[in-house]
Design a protein. Sequence first.
Lengths: 654, 147
Amino acid sequence: MADIVALVGNPNVGKTSLFNALTGSRQYVANWPGVTVSRKEGIRRWRGREIKFVDLPGIYSLGALSLDEKITREYIINEAPEVVVVVVDALNMEQGLYLLLEVLEMRENVMLVVNAIDEARKRGVYINKYELEKHFGVHTVLTSAVTGEGVTELLDKILHMLTSKQVHSLVEITYPEEVEDKINKIVEIIRKKKELHSYKPRWLAVKFLEGDAQVLELLKSCGIEDEISQEEHEKYRSLIASRRYEYIETVMKEAVSSKMEKMSFSEAIDHVMTHRFLGIPIFLSFMYLAFKFTFDVMAPFSELIDSGMAALGDWLRNVMGDGWATSLVVDGVIGGVGGVLVFVPNIFGMFLALGFMEEFGYLPRAAFVVDRLMYKLKLSGRSFMSLILGFGCNVPAIMSTRGIGDPRERLITILVSPFITCSARLPVYLLLVGALFRGKEAAMIFIIYLSSMVLTALSSILWNKILFKGEPVPLIMELPRYRLPTLKNLMLYVWDRGKHFLEKAGSIILIASILIWILGYFPNAGDINTSFAAHMGKALEPIFRPLGFNWKMVTALIFGMAAKEVVVSTFSMLYGFSDEAAAALHQAIAADFTPVTALAFIFFVMAYIPCFATIAAIASESGSWKWAWWSVLYSLSVAYVLALIIVVVGGMIA
Amino acid sequence: MRLSEAAVGTRVRVISTHFPPSLQNRILGLGFVPGSVVEVVREAPLGDPRVYLVRGKMITLRNDEAAMIEVEPIGRQLPLSMASIGREYSVVDFMGGAFFMSRMASLGIQKGSRIRVMSKYPLIALVNGRQVRLGMGMAEKIIVEEV
């Protein structure tokens, strides 16, 4: 079995780049069990030995209450990796060294990596690694994940730690006397408890004083009661943290010499990017470019796939002749798989645009600039980006939530983004608005889009109330310095996230499309008016009668679950017109709908069940089908209630 | 005083932090510990959140969050807009970009310049013995210290 080496560090220290440099392309991403935080692992064979690297979430401390911190801490305790490597940024090491001190309190066999050493050198910062080794008692390697400097040395040092039997890292810092006295007393008690022998007593004692919820509970289960008041816990917490930083300051004076200028390149860019007047226009232009890139630049590729699929279908139809098997393969499978593949260029394009902004350092600035707008919705600026992408397609929008740090915010963004009107819903609106609101098209479409945004905003507040008692998501976020993304990291970023879609959404959509095909084809060999789906539409009609929908509309809605634009083609088939005969279709629809039913139908389409691809994305990104089902149930009830209100109010007015 | 009340461009020292337990560890880990020096770097276009420089890292906090950090001013740095009439100040820093800096240079205001505020609305200041009229927006970007 491979030895496990865990990478720990603050966000934005280049930990993931270092992980990429250490593992190459032999890496895979999975979610931590039951949560939305992704977990990266990779294997490197080095001098005949297999080393498994685990990239832990970026954190600033090892508390037990925030999800990222908890995951990291539990991993270090329960999985007991052979070596823990703490990665710090050469240009601001202090917060990273704080984390190092916390890890050192927990366990042995810890290493320190000072990354981005090339940047530091360029800026006139000199770091003496021997001083760091002396004061922290750990092996220290200076690396640059960009140039590859120090990576070989790091692997050798890790190998050395894995093979030598001696126990490393023995420096511990002394807290003020009143804290030390308490620590010693608690350590005495802890030492007597056999069940606590797997932990370092001093670590437990420090965490006990800090009032760490998890440790308090653990000790309580062993009969050690917490007799310290909340205020005193708070006092100890501050004393301990201050002392750690004091120690770090003294070490920094010995180990680092700097001729760094204060006003740097980053600050100059920031002055413009987050400018009082320019900030928001710049944000909007970045969003526009990302949108353009995701949907317009990628459109020819989508079309290519689309026409390729169509050509393949025609060819198969010629070869296989007519029959249910041909229809299954051509309409079901190729139609289904093609439906998925058409999204692929958009998704990779979106991740390329997003990846560039994230690696460059703009994304957190964007969140900073628009945060105020989202605060009211109990979200932060970061989710704004994802929601905007939803206007193109909800699937990339949901997938882009991967970059949202706060798990609560991420879940809510995933749950509300289906309400953003995606481009597939537009043809349905256009058909009905064109048929029944002639001359008022623009105003109607505007109202529909506005309503979809209001619905998204209200849902976000509601879900926050239900799930998190209305607590806003905090915006405690680091603005990292700007850097040019490397091609390799960008490609890994896009591939990591994109391939997930191919695997998961692909298989689910395939099954769903075949199901829909069966409903539409049988029992009368493709006659849609007597198909199972039509029967279902007729059977479900009574439920929709209060909304004024007839069985054709219900049937169209059933097919619309596959993809919302399918509602339009279903109408053409049900009313017996080809796709081209738009005017005739308009007339037929105008005869069947009243303006009120049409509006109710439009709002129903706007809100009801996310399409299969979106449902699959919700399930895979939220980490559980539970949320996907909740989303379906919620959107269906919202759609029904909305449509009902329109029918009732409309009936009173008319 | 709370960190949310410190003016942009000024530096303050942390006295204590009062976050809910779920955030307290992260705040301490970020370096907002008693004794740390924090600089208010800039504010978002809508005034909230703001960016703070703490131990070499730029950290964003909403004003509601910054209000949970108790701080004290260091020295007597403040923006010129908050200066008292009749007192003498020395210029410590500027918060503007290149355009602002050239405007300052043309007015003869640079780091170390002596400024005495004559009146507030409009803000008229005596710079190196010369009377200069400044807009409030400009005065907010000039950080001064009482002499």
